[in-house]
Design a protein around this ligand. Structure first.
Ligand code: FES
Ligand SMILES: [Fe+2]
Length: 397
């Protein structure tokens, strides 16, 4: 088919939100061009993503096991809003805006355990459920009622031990977001798995590069030529995309053994509860916008992608194993084989994403590249982002 672009190249477009700039991304895969470079470098485009994606969608902020006891909390920043996620007296976890209702001070930092949440400025004190318990010095203030000034709660839900927050008061339930992924991954029982390691990487690249890379297998034969590709190449494993209902993409790779180990290395027995399909390969879901999951036969790992600005992203990789595996006498020894595999391949991915960012940031005006046939997921991700960044005006496929 003859390819005709509706735009050639734009050096410095005036309105970055003009849908006509993205007409080529909206075409079917084999006719489409990729997102223009500014989508990965522009602070204006990034601000729109923050407001239209990270301030509106369900965002994974941690694991329930991070805060196992009543009073345990951690803080995080979501779309610029400081949050505190805390386990209350009854064991229920909630997320609040981490800002005092008096004059707005950030209440707690980092993580820890508190009986109550007390503001460091003038000591207004809140229960773990967010109720304002005391406001010293406010006696005699006309019409002041403590009940009207609780901490501001935001949307919060848990799935298989993953904690999700949502800043959008009109959000749909998390169940709807996850759709049939819950069923697909049910036999891994991820809620019962134990996080044995969390590694954090501060990367100099746009957040989309990490998730695009996570969801394409085109690079296995190059970036991972001497690692994953030696035992789970595209030809062998397939990485077959599955039809989904929900805000996620998933592919399934068929292979023997664990995807989390180099072939020569000793590993652990499979997860006992796996269904027949799960026992013969690995699922790789991307839960939009930012959570990559890898569910293989003996463990799972996740990639939590947190944008900082247009060209800086924090990546957290968590490693999950069944409790019975963690309790094995040889666990501390054998788990190093898994850590080795992750450390090597994650470094390969991180390095290529940072190289890509450097190339994109050159600002050399070029026509955006084309998608390969096996980059359908990258095309899908880019269009998912545009659907939200451009809104209704952008639906011109
Ligand atoms: S700002 Fe929190 S008590 Fe004053
Ligand atoms: Fe990779």
């Amino acid at each position: 088919m003859e390819y005709r672009s509706s735009i050639t190249h734009v050096d410095s477009p005036g309105d970055l939100l003009d849908p006509r700039l993205y007409a080529d991304v909206r075409r079917p895969l084999l006719e489409a061009s990729q997102l223009p470079a500014w989508c990965y470098t522009s602070s204006e485009f990034f601000a729109r993503e923050r407001d239209r994606i990270f301030a509106r969608e369900w965002i994974m902020v941690g694991r329930a096991e991070d805060i196992p006891k009543s009073g345990d909390y951690f803080t995080t920043l979501l779309a610029g809003v400081p949050l505190v996620v805390v386990r209350g007296r009854s064991g229920q976890i909630r997320a609040f805006v981490n800002s005092c209702r008096h004059r707005g001070t950030e209440m707690v930092r980092g993580h820890g355990n508190r009986r109550v949440l007390t503001c460091p400025y003038h000591s207004w004190c809140y229960s773990l459920d967010g109720d304002l318990l005391s406001a010293p010095g406010m006696e005699g203030v006309d019409g002041f009622d403590k009940n009207e000034y609780p901490l501001v709660g935001i949307g919060f839900a848990e799935w298989e031990g993953f904690l999700f927050a949502n800043l959008n008061p009109g959000h749909a339930p998390l169940d709807e977001h996850l759709g049939d992924l819950k069923r697909t991954l049910a036999s891994h029982r991820m809620g019962d798995l134990v996080t044995v390691r969390k590694e954090t990487y501060e990367l100099q690249c746009n957040w989309k590069l990490l998730i695009e890379n996570f969801k394409e297998s085109y690079h296995l034969a190059t970036v991972h030529r001497s690692t994953i590709d030696t035992y789970a190449s595209v030809r062998v494993a397939g990485y077959v995309p599955e039809t989904t209902r929900g805000e996620y993409l998933v592919s399934f790779a068929s292979h023997d053994g664990s995807m989390a180990l180099f072939r020569e290395d000793k590993g652990f027995p499979p997860i006992r509860t796996l269904d027949e399909k799960a026992a013969n390969g690995s699922y790789f879901p991307l839960v939009y916008p930012h959570l990559g999951l890898c569910a293989t036969i003996d463990c799972c790992w996740y990639l939590q992608v947190e944008p900082k600005d247009a060209s800086h992203t924090r990546l957290t990789v968590g490693s999950l194993f069944p409790r019975e595996t963690v309790e094995r006498p040889d666990f501390a020894d054998v788990v190093n084989n898994y850590f080795k595999r992750w450390d090597i391949t994650i470094a390969e991915d991180n390095e290529i994403c940072e190289l890509q960012q450097r190339g994109l940031a050159s600002n050399h005006p070029v026509r955006a590249g084309r998608y390969a046939p096996n980059e359908a997921n990258v095309h899908a991700i880019d269009n998912w982002v545009l659907d939200r960044v451009l809104g209704d005006a952008g639906s011109i496929r």
